[in-house]
Design a protein around this ligand. Structure first.
Ligand code: HEC
Ligand code: HEC
Length: 255
């Protein structure tokens, strides 16, 4: 009896803050949300969008109209989950909660930016070279395991003359040019495999090996993606920003 009463009191005490949130509580929750979002952003997005989301090889997200019109991740989530593969933005499979965290972070940065003077836009490419080439080389052959698929004498020879610095930087994380292979399964159970040549939130279009192309409404079919660059995208959450800057400095020496 006493125990039950205690339990009831305990539950009531625990629920109190959630039932009656004061302003401080809400602000703390938003801050926690934003700092979780900041971490996700730094691990997965900063390399292309800049450490403070002000843009690098990918666009500035603080001044993005899409981000400004976003509510709780509704628009940001669509871009993040589908990627913009043709334009150099990979797709990520984040949960709704993670999308909201990233959105809260971006909105809080935007709010901050409107009160703080902005840094000079369009910084020259030399400012990208902040890494250390020797450390990058060691990482390439060691912990980064890049040398298991690449060689500076063969496929990556002269890679620095092939791309402008800003493009080389994003190719390290997300090499463009290879479209994912996709299997679409219709509700009848019939399935089609092909190269994805177009995809957005509503439609997916494939080209088969023998040349057919066909589009589906995503809502009606199952779509399974096998990305040949999955290894690259998976690495994004493993690299630190410094690893990537070092790798970039190293690859820039391959002229
Ligand atoms: C490999 C580079 C790369 C990575 C990593 C990347 N993006 Fe992008 N992102 C881009 C590029 C390039 C575009 C521009 C695409 C276009 O022109 O349509 C873009 C566009 C966007 C847009 C749309 C902006 C607008 O105004 O239309 C959003 C939002 C966005 N990215 C968020 C993210 C988030 C959040 C992450 C991390 C989870 C992320 N991106 C990771 C390269 C990247
Ligand atoms: C599991 C194999 C694999 C690993 C590991 C790997 N890559 Fe790649 N990488 C690829 C594939 C596949 C491509 C696409 C090849 C193409 O477009 O011709 C690619 C493309 C690239 C490109 C673009 C090359 C070009 O000419 O366009 C760069 C740069 C690159 N990778 C850097 C790296 C770095 C740096 C690492 C280590 C951190 C790494 N890769 C690890 C498979 C891998």
């Amino acid at each position: 009896m006493v125990l039950r009463l205690l339990a009831v009191l305990l539950v009531a005490a625990l629920r109190l803050p959630a039932q009656d949130p004061d302003d401080m509580g809400q602000k703390q929750a938003a801050d926690a949300q934003a700092s979780a979002g900041k971490l996700l952003f730094q691990q997965n997005c900063a390399f292309c969008h800049g450490p403070d989301a002000r843009g690098a090889s990918g666009p500035d997200l603080i001044r993005s109209t899409l981000v400004n019109h976003d509510v709780n991740g509704d628009l940001i989530g669509q871009v993040v989950r589908n990627g913009r593969l043709q334009k150099g933005m990979p797709a990520f499979s984040f949960s709704d909660a993670q999308i909201r965290q990233i959105a809260t972070y971006l909105h809080s940065e935007a709010a901050l930016a409107s009160t703080v003077a902005r840094r000079a836009p369009d910084s020259p490419p030399e400012t990208l070279l902040v890494g250390d080439a020797n450390r990058g080389k060691a990482y390439f052959n060691g912990a980064g395991k890049c040398s298991t698929c690449h060689s500076p004498e063969r496929d990556l020879a002269h890679v620095a003359t092939k791309y402008k610095p800003i493009d080389l930087q994003s190719r390290i994380v997300f090499p463009a040019g290879l479209n994912p292979t996709v299997t679409v399964t219709e509700s009848s159970g019939r399935s089609f495999e092909g190269e994805q040549i177009y995809a957005d939130e509503f439609t997916v279009t494939l080209r088969g090996r023998d040349g057919w192309t066909r589009s589906w409404n995503r809502a009606r079919v199952q779509v399974r993606v096998q990305d040949p660059l999955a290894a690259h995208v998976a690495q994004l959450s493993v690299y630190t920003d410094r690893n990537i800057h070092d790798l970039f400095a190293y690859l820039e020496t391959l002229k």
